[in-house]
Design a binder for this molecule. Structure first.
Ligand SMILES: Cc1ncc(COP(=O)(O)O)c(C=O)c1O
Ligand SMILES: [Zn+2]
Length: 409
């Protein structure tokens, strides 16, 4: 029945290797190695998307569209057991508010619609990415395919770490969080409260170039830990649950009578824009937003524009940004790991990367806060992109941004 196979499997966007939907822990391309990590599995669509059921929990509402669900069904779990497992594991996930902001619309001179994700579990969209990984693991346990709990591992000291620690705690699953030495101690105490084991990562003399927290994370995964990551190349399933936000946004816009023309999404590692773009669909133009102090996706877009098959030339296209800096400190990833999916979503919808000035990043945060959103500078950066192109927008346009990342004082 197509309704149970909305996802048929996975295919690597770089080498075209395929992975069956019934595979246990299908996190990474089978051809990925430590020497060649430049592979990423993308979801292969199956049959039609099942109609959403009426439920405030997005993981119940859109559950049968998800890859973990197709895995569980392929392995023999019943529909009702999938629903019951979702209710237990994803308890607390919300349909977050969506509405037209009159303050922002007046300011920009166009209809600005806001999806406010700051009230989501752990204060951001990151939990949606991680939930589909956790549901796969919990389904595997229920099916007797996983008989012990290897630790979850993540390298982050921001919203992703907070979401990961929250979900691990709720499910009683051990977690190791690899963090930079400069992490704010107050944030470390929050992670401690969730029982996460935090590991400050100093650069070692014999380390290769790159972020030491990421190096330790990868070592842990090589040693058997589960990549509880919000980066597609580290764990493809993060690109699964993130789509719930796009589906939700599209359904809410339709219910509100808004015919969205454009959507502006802030980009760090790129999983957020990739998932939302896939969920919203090519009918809404997706413009990705980065800060002028860290815009590797925009640079890669220019390089890729001159190539026939950019996905097979990762190194030539996606090059680390030197010296990332911006007040939007949650999107300072020097590489956009999910650049292939981001570019695909932009090309399909007629969008492009927008690089906001630092003044626009700051202004967007002031406006968002004044309009009543308790959002971080990172979380309002999509609005900065909108401000950057406001000359292109007319009074009859309907444009959307996603405020995510609760401002923590
Ligand atoms: C609030 C917020 N918005 C957007 C992003 C960017 O998401 P991604 O890294 O998936 O591009 C992040 C995290 O990096 C974030 O915390
Ligand atoms: Zn591959």
């Amino acid at each position: 029945m197509t309704a149970e196979r909305a996802v048929a499997g996975y295919r690597c966007a770089v080498c075209a290797a395929t992975v069956d939907i019934a595979s246990l822990v299908p996190w990474q391309c089978p051809n990925r190695t430590a020497a060649d990590p430049y592979h990423v599995l993308h979801l292969l669509p199956g049959g039609d998307h099942p109609v959403a059921v009426v439920d405030p929990n997005p993981f119940v509402r859109y559950g049968p569209r998800l890859a973990w669900w197709a895995f569980a069904r392929a392995r023999g779990m019943s529909h009702d057991d999938c629903v019951a497992l979702t209710r237990e594991v994803a308890a607390g996930f919300l349909t977050t508010p969506f509405g037209r902001s009159s303050e922002l619309s007046d300011e920009v001179g166009t209809s600005v619609w806001v999806k406010d994700e700051t009230g989501q579990v752990a204060g951001s969209q990151k939990g949606r990415h991680l939930m589909s990984i956790l549901l796969h693991l919990r389904a595997a346990e229920e099916l007797g395919l996983l008989t012990e709990r290897p630790p979850l591992a993540i390298a982050s000291c921001g919203n992703a770490a907070m979401a990961a620690a929250t979900l691990a705690h709720r499910n009683g699953w051990p977690i190791d969080v690899y963090v930079p030495t400069w992490m704010d101690p107050a944030f470390g105490r929050l992670l401690d409260e969730f029982g996460a084991r935090t590991h400050p990562c100093e650069r070692r003399d014999d380390d290769p170039p790159g972020d030491p927290a990421m190096l330790r994370f990868r070592e842990a995964v090589a040693g058997g830990a589960i990549p509880f990551s919000v980066q597609g190349p580290e764990n493809a399933l993060c690109l699964d649950g993130g789509r719930t936000l796009g589906w939700e946004l599209r359904d809410q816009a339709a219910a509100a009578g808004a015919e969205l023309d454009r959507l502006f999404v802030q980009v760090g590692g790129g999983a957020f824009a990739a998932s939302v773009g896939a969920g919203v669909g090519a009918g809404v133009r997706l413009d990705t937003v980065q800060a002028e102090g860290c815009a590797p996706l925009a640079a890669a877009w220019t390089r890729a524009g001159e190539m026939d098959e950019p996905a097979s030339r990762w190194h030539d296209v996606m090059q680390p940004w030197p010296d990332p800096h911006s007040a939007a400190d949650g999107i300072l990833d020097d590489e956009t790991y999910d650049w292939i999916a981001d570019m695909h979503a932009m090309r399909a919808s007629g969008g492009r990367p927008v690089v906001a000035t630092e003044a626009e990043i700051v202004r967007a945060h002031e406006l968002a806060t004044a309009a009543g959103y308790q959002v971080s500078v990172t979380g309002s950066a999509g609005l900065a992109g909108l401000l950057h192109v406001s000359d292109e927008l007319g009074p009859d346009d309907d444009v959307a941004v996603i405020m995510s990342g609760l401002a923590r004082s």
